[in-house]
Design a protein around this ligand. Structure first.
Ligand SMILES: CC(=O)N[C@H](C=O)[C@@H](O)[C@H](O)[C@H](O)COP(=O)(O)O
Length: 229
């Protein structure tokens, strides 16, 4: 899928994140592919997913564009979403439409740099780069490094971003006023109303994850909700 088709297909539409890590009950490429199929039936136009095997399974099952990432911990860095060239190469093998990667200003493992990784992806493939950021400063840095779109994935998960219960609407609003590239609203979007507000603030598209694809968290919200005063 070329750049223009991808951006027009996701414009003001819903992307669903279908991820289950090893410690989660639904960890399985088969299950994530079925989850993605369900998301497609419900109206998702693209899927965000973790690991090359899940990306391949979801592409095969749904035919939708997939935003792939690899979560892996490194001892010398806080960065864990597509941190190094190793994860980039794993993903390129399965040809995702987009690779999502941590694009915060934090130090990467092995002294690698965002700019080099973005350049490698663009030189080797037609795959686009989604920059997962937490602050305006991160977004400015990511744009300098040549990324194709910005997502607010990491707001609330880094030392220098606010810890909010809900989505970071202010960050999206500010980014949309100045960014030359599309802004994707992502992180703790838990209701259709919050999703619509993101789009009204100028987000090009939105990613919803846990509220759709993590049933253990959905169940918890009900279990806790019925006992709340
Ligand atoms: C911080 C981090 O690791 N976020 C991950 C990024 O890929 C996913 O676990 C989230 O589910 C995704 O960002 C969607 O967000 P939410 O599940 O809140 O709708």
């Amino acid at each position: 899928m070329d750049r223009q088709s991808f951006f027009s297909s996701i414009h003001k539409n819903l992307i669903v994140s279908c991820q289950a890590l090893e410690h989660e009950p639904l960890h399985s490429s088969y299950i994530m592919a079925k989850m993605a199929k369900a998301a497609k039936e419900g109206g998702a136009v693209a899927i965000r997913s973790n690991s090359a095997v899940d990306v391949a399974a979801i592409k095969e099952e749904t035919g939708l564009p997939v935003i792939g990432l690899v979560k892996r911990d490194y001892p010398d860095s806080e960065i864990f979403i597509t941190a190094t060239l190793k994860e980039v190469k794993e993903l390129l093998e399965v040809e995702p439409a987009v690779i999502a990667m941590d694009a915060t200003i934090r130090k990467r493992p092995n002294g690698e740099t965002l700019k080099d990784l973005v350049q490698f992806i663009h030189e080797q493939s037609d795959t686009l780069v989604m920059a997962d950021i937490a602050t305006i400063k991160d977004a400015e840095y990511a744009i300098e490094c040549g990324v194709d779109m910005i997502s607010t994935t990491l707001s609330g998960y880094t030392a220098d971003s606010p810890k909010l219960d809900g989505p970071d609407f202010d960050l999206v609003e500010q980014l949309c006023k100045t960014s030359p590239i599309p802004i994707i609203g992502e992180g703790r979007i838990n209701t259709p109303e919050q999703a619509r507000k993101m789009l009204e603030l100028g987000a090009w598209s939105i990613v919803v994850g846990s509220a759709i694809s993590r049933p253990q968290l959905i169940t918890k919200s009900f279990a806790e909700g019925i006992n709340a005063k």
